[in-house]
Design a protein around this ligand. Sequence first.
Ligand code: THU
Length: 138
Amino acid sequence: MASSEPGTRPEIDWPALTAEAADAMRHAYVPYSNYPVGAAALVDDGRIITGCNVENASYGLTLCAECTLVGQLRLGGGGRITAFVCVDASGSVLMPCGRCRQLLYEFRAPGMLLATVSGVRTMDEVLPDAFGPQNLEN
Ligand code: THU
């Protein structure tokens, strides 16, 4: 199991971050799937940001919890995500969907960690060999 390297970053309070995600989950708008998701992340300036999924009648245009979280990241001043967790209705840790792993990759801090169903993992472990901004550099 990957973990943060001692001395390189403050200890991450995963239970507190997971509780923030569970609180955010209660704001989800999910009349179509009835599957609320909440997300929370630690930003490299110390902020905690959250998100919830927001559906609409055109099902495919659903906003995952990660989408609204990234909106909060930008609206709150930007920055980079150092730690991330998302949870389902029961408060259990959920794997971010494939699209949202890409979204989180865009805004990762170096060494970003995610709470996953198989323990704490790095971004690189959950999205290996990622396509990213580096591919678009001339
Ligand atoms: N969902 C998320 O919010 N994040 C994920 O990473 C997985 C899926 C939402 C989208 C939809 O509203 C519901 O879960 C069921 O797919």
